[in-house]
Design a protein around this ligand. Sequence first.
Ligand code: SF4
Ligand code: SF4
Length: 208
Amino acid sequence: MMSDLNAQAIKKYGNSFLKEVEANVEEGEWVKMCMQCGVCSGSCPFGPHWAHPPQEIFMMIRAGKREEVLTSDSMWMCTSCYNCIVRCPRKLPITHIMHGLANYAHRLGLAPKNQPTRVFAKMFWDNIVKTGRVNELKLSLGLYFKDGLGPGIKTALAMKDIGLGMLKAKRLNPLELVKGHGCKDTKGIHAMLKKAREIEDRRKGFAA
Ligand code: SF4
Ligand code: SF4
């Protein structure tokens, strides 16, 4: 089922995907400056393994390939190495655009559901937002067991030496699983994030 936000975006921007990106994606106004030289794709360590390296993504945006771009897993593969940014002759903030596109696709409900980076990013966000501080133990266990009990036990056993080392160095506290370690004003954090989202949606012309 199409998300409300996605339906609103389609209604608002029609066939102009470039305009949509310029208005809603971090640094999206830079996309039109790309001259398709291919330096970014050639510099990207993951370029050959992506369905669509940055140069291609920017070309697809300008060609109006909205669904192909927003459902792609390519933006989620960016490791923020910044190779592309330092080499782009037009100085496009490519890394930020890639992350901005991933974030926008996620908000519209179009991002690939099981893409590993997206799964981790969502787990991290949910974890930190809950109490205002990240609970590393819960996050690690959630990640290990996300595909079920069997794979979880296997991963936990494979990582046991690192875990024990962290316990010894007091970098891991098992009690955090029970008592947690949130910040003092969790409600305040939630209210602040809600307000920030409302302001951003208003600025972009979406209903809050
Ligand atoms: S290096 Fe810059 S100008 Fe060249 S294709 Fe990549 S984004 Fe476009
Ligand atoms: S910052 Fe991202 S897109 Fe740019 S070269 Fe590195 S991995 Fe590739």
